[in-house]
Design a protein around this ligand. Sequence first.
Ligand SMILES: C[S@@+](CC[C@H](N)C(=O)[O-])C[C@H]1O[C@@H](n2cnc3c(N)ncnc32)[C@H](O)[C@@H]1O
Length: 222
Amino acid sequence: MFRAAGARDVLELGARHGRDALHFAREGFTVQATDFSATGLEQLRDAASQQGVGEKVTTAVHDVRDPLRLPDACVDAVFARMLLCMALSAKELLALVAEVRRVLRPGGVFVYTVRHTGDAHYGAGTARGDDIFEHGGFAVHLFDRALVDVLAAGWTLEEVHASRRATSRAACGALPRPCPGGVQPVSCRTVAARQSLLRRSWQPQPQPQPEASRPLVARCRR
Ligand SMILES: C[S@@+](CC[C@H](N)C(=O)[O-])C[C@H]1O[C@@H](n2cnc3c(N)ncnc32)[C@H](O)[C@@H]1O
């Protein structure tokens, strides 16, 4: 997808130990990986060296509640898997997306995945406002379609849909380690259909349904 968009470099936010950053690097992209966990980034650098892509990957400890430490219009693509649905308020998300837009080159692509209000965990735990629910000390922001649209203001929202793979409570167990391997199973490679089709396929699910409990994938173009 990034290659089809003509991207050569990718900024990943919330990269943790870098399964996606490493994939992008192996595919030939130059990757800047950020996370507020220095430990995860250290593992990422070690893995990049072991896999022979150390030259392709740089890392930076960064909290996305702060402005990105990058100049304007300096990257082709930004990727964030399950980062925006962390404990970030709507105000913090708006500021973050504005920062993503600032650092993207014109025409650049932003792809993110999040949990959404059809998720089996929606409403579970303690409400912290802005559809953020805390469960076992772990807070998740469940996105509704309105939030996706608000964040896409000023962007071209090219795709928004549920990933193919479910993250039901039955499949994933309790938060904060919802899935085997500790992360939600979604890949940007699942993004395939076009915007018009995807818009029709969006079905808000106020009642938790396992088949609806899939991460939401959104692709926006600056
Ligand atoms: C659910 S994990 C996803 C990790 C990775 N993207 C993946 O899919 O394997 C969320 C990641 O976001 C990071 N994170 C959470 N809040 C953050 C923040 N405010 N700033 C930067 N990173 C944050 C966490 O450290 C964690 O690595």
